[in-house]
Design a protein around this ligand. Structure first.
Ligand SMILES: Cc1cc2nc3c(=O)[nH]c(=O)nc-3n(C[C@H](O)[C@H](O)[C@H](O)COP(=O)(O)OP(=O)(O)OC[C@H]3O[C@@H](n4cnc5c(N)ncnc54)[C@H](O)[C@@H]3O)c2cc1C
Length: 376
């Protein structure tokens, strides 16, 4: 494994790889190394690029190096009563660079957005072995292409981020979870839609297969108390609600699919109104599932390959990502959802602009390799 000491060392390693025609896989904590097709490439650990560069709580802006552990970042902002509003989660080794490159989002996405909406700027080494910067260290910035939107969710295919600037937000003083029991997927969807559209300002909504519907109300204590008091009346025709005091593990279940049964795991994004039909259409596959973001993200876990998941998601206007599976399946089934031909060509042009020699094309995304071969 290659372990650059600093940014200049990293740049030299990438430039040398361009010369030699080697391929490099960027690694933060490496907790998602099993995502995508199995591949045999040199790993480039960014572990030495760690630490906070600047944190200005008054300006709600945080700059840091990519391998800073996610847990450390969350503890730092919490100490100032603030939060990463896109609510990332991860394992103990997860880094902020890995989280942003994976373009993640938590249950609050429906109101707060994803990592992509909170990355203000970054510095990076491109696949050309050149340093570049994009965005800015301020919340208001309107010049140039919005490259942070491109970098968040690029899965290490465009460049190695060496510094990131994130927008942080004040953490709610209080967050209360209200739960409804025993609803079907369709009834839960109706209740979540009514709650999210109501004046109770619900900030997150999820439904678990075992019949638990979760609604989160957050903000200043008196406002939370008033909205929680109003919510049962607003949802009277859908369900009864009870308050749950320690709901972290329930939200973790909806956000991370922890505890779902099955070695194969899909993450489906689709219009929330179609989520009940999705789980119904897959019932014969004996799936376990959880709906997050009011149903716009559905986790599907099962013990067979469940390739019908992708077809059913597409039929309902959604797309399915293969999050984890045995290696043989990952070698055959692309991790990312299929793209239209025009989009594949556009993505390829973007990848080539940042990485003409394909230094960061590792084979993890079979679909990228197929596109590159077709146009070779
Ligand atoms: C399909 C999938 C969906 C997920 N969804 C969510 C979610 O919705 N919410 C959530 O909070 N968490 C989610 N996670 C978990 C999230 O991916 C991890 O918390 C995070 O990626 C782990 O950080 P890491 O440092 O271990 O990353 P690693 O496993 O080291 O890397 C992850 C990816 O980021 C790239 N990368 C790492 N560092 C850099 C860098 N400095 N510059 C450029 N690229 C870099 C790597 O090449 C790799 O492609 C998801 C994971 C997967 C596989």
């Amino acid at each position: 494994m290659l372990r650059p000491r600093d940014t200049e060392d990293l740049r030299e390693i990438v430039a040398a790889a361009v010369e030699k025609g080697t391929r490099l896989e960027l690694r933060g904590g490496g907790t998602r190394a099993g995502f995508g097709a199995p591949r045999d490439v040199e790993t480039l650990s960014l572990a030495a690029l760690s630490g906070v560069i600047d944190y200005d709580p008054a300006e709600l802006v945080l700059s840091l190096r990519p391998a800073t552990p996610l847990a450390e970042v969350q503890a730092l902002v919490a100490s100032e009563g603030q939060m990463l509003a896109f609510e990332p989660w991860g394992d103990a080794a997860s880094t902020i660079g890995g989280v942003v490159a994976a373009g993640v989002a938590g249950s609050r996405r429906i109101t707060a957005g994803s990592a992509r909406d909170h990355l203000l700027g970054f510095s990076a080494i491109s696949g050309r072995g050149e340093r570049f910067v994009a965005g800015a260290k301020v919340v208001k910035n309107v010049t140039g292409y919005d490259l942070p939107k491109l970098m968040a969710g690029s899965w290490g295919r465009l460049g190695a981020m060496t510094e990131l600037t994130l927008k942080v937000l004040p953490a709610p003083r209080e967050a209360v979870t209200m739960v409804a029991d025993g609803l079907s997927a369709a009834a839960a969807h109706a209740a979540m839609a009514a709650a999210l559209g109501s004046k109770a300002e619900v900030s997150a909504a999820a439904h678990l297969a075992r019949g638990l519907t979760l609604l989160r109300v957050a903000g200043f204590a008196p406002s939370v108390a008033a909205r929680c008091a109003a919510l049962p009346g607003l949802l009277a025709k859908h369900c009864e609600l009870r308050r749950v005091d320690d709901a972290d593990s329930l939200w973790a279940e909806a956000m991370t699919a922890v505890g779902l049964k099955g070695a194969v795991r899909w993450q489906v994004h689709l219009p929330p109104r179609h989520a009940p039909e999705l789980v119904e259409s897959l019932a014969s596959l004996e799936i376990d599932w959880a709906m997050d973001w009011g149903g716009a993200r559905v986790w599907i876990a099962l013990d067979n390959e469940g390739e019908d998941v992708r077809a059913q998601a597409a039929r309902l206007g959604g797309e399915a990502m293969l999050v984890s599976a045995p290696a043989a399946m990952r070698a055959r089934v692309p991790a990312l959802p299929p793209r239209a031909a025009g989009l594949i060509a556009l993505e390829q042009r973007v990848r080539r602009a940042f990485d003409p020699a394909g230094v960061f094309s590792t084979g993890r995304f079979k679909e990228d390799m197929d596109a590159d071969q077709l146009s070779a």
